[in-house]
Ligand binder design. Structure first.
Ligand code: DAH
Length: 339
């Protein structure tokens, strides 16, 4: 019995020492210490051992087991350490390799122009509000003093969803939506997308953007309109910018005007940018028509106001000297990156 144990022990140590993987080590463990392992078999044979020898043999079996287990543990540690080192070596990162290029997007010229406009008007205490792109005919036309058969409706022919609902042709309906709420005074701008059934060319697109403006309070006059929009033009195009107002017609304002600014390229001398006129048209404006106020339940005897509408693309094209509107919609990153 003693010899057998001695043999098991020597063979086990030899096998464990020559084992080259954790799996192999586990196999050895099972073969010796497992349920049907060699050492377990010896234990089962204890009943054949003479009673007086049992304690000695028992002790011997335990010692053998302990030695084998200690050896298993030791080699297991060595193998794990070696495996970890091998992994660290194989997964080493070459910090000298050039980094992968991270292509970050770029703000669209429209967005840059809008943020600039918002900065200017918010600085003057205006609130930024939004209205729906799919709008009732009532808000887009009726409530803006453009009744069913008005010729101005023709000019802004649009996409009809049904008799009562259209894709808005202008941001002006947001004026009505804000006035209707009945919270006065009002000082707001409303940027957003608008739609018209226009053919695409260098200056037209069936979908573009406007920024609407509306101020309603007691004692608002055309002088407020002029002062506000002149200041806006200076902040947008430079301190030396002058403005001029040409009479115009919009159904929802009376009087109405279009505002031109001195060409920021030539300072008013005349160049290609301003088609030699020295002036560039940038927006429509006027004093809110009493009919419009009345329809929105505001008393025109008590309150007056002014409104304006700016074409956002037009500002972006002018400011960044882009000569074709279509470039704004192609979203070619090489184009967008320049601004
Ligand atoms: N809604 C007009 C358009 O699309 C632009 C406009 C003109 C808006 C005068 C206004 C305004 O608020 O007062 O042509």
């Amino acid at each position: 019995m003693k010899e057998r144990l001695q043999k098991i022990r020597e063979e086990a140590i030899a096998k464990i020492q020559s084992s080259d993987s954790l799996e192999r080590l586990n196999e050895i463990k099972v073969a010796i210490l497992g349920k049907k392992g060699e050492l377990t078999e010896v234990l089962k044979g204890m009943k054949d051992v003479a009673a007086e020898e049992r304690p000695v043999i028992g002790q011997l079996v335990n010692d053998t087991r302990a030695v084998i287990e200690a050896k298993l543990e030791e080699v297991k540690d060595e193998l794990s350490r070696a495996a970890r080192e091998a992994r660290l070596k194989s997964e080493v990162i070459d910090v000298t390799l050039p980094a992968k290029k991270n292509n970050v997007g770029h703000r669209h010229p429209n967005t840059i122009a809008l943020e600039e406009l918002q900065r200017i008007f918010v600085g003057m205490g205006y609130e930024v509000v939004e209205g729906p792109e799919v709008e009732y005919d009532y808000y887009n036309f009726e409530a803006l003093n453009i009744p069913a058969n008005h010729p101005a409706k023709d000019e802004q022919d649009t996409f009809y969803i049904n008799d009562k609902i259209v894709l808005r042709t202008q941001t002006s309906p947001v004026q009505v939506r804000v006035m209707e709420k009945g919270k006065l005074p009002i000082r707001m701008i409303a940027p957003g997308r608008v739609f018209r059934s226009d053919e695409v060319d260098a200056t037209h697109s069936p979908s573009f953007h406007q920024v609407e403006g509306l101020v309603i309070d007691k004692n608002i006059t055309f002088a407020d309109l002029k002062g506000t929009l002149a200041q806006f033009a200076k902040e947008l195009f430079g301190e030396n910018t002058k403005v001029k107002f040409r009479p115009h017609h919009f159904p929802f304002t009376e009087p109405s005007a279009e505002m031109d600014v001195t060409c920021f390229k030539c300072g008013g001398k005349g160049c290609r940018m301003c088609k030699d006129s020295g002036w560039i048209e940038i927006l429509g404006c006027g004093m809110v028509h009493p009919n419009v106020l009345k329809m929105s339940k505001i008393n025109p005897e008590e309150y007056t106001g002014f409104a304006f509408g700016i074409g956002l693309e037009r500002i972006a094209l002018l400011k960044y000297e882009i000569d074709d509107m279509r470039l704004l919609y192609e979203n070619d990153i090489r184009f967008l990156k320049q601004f």
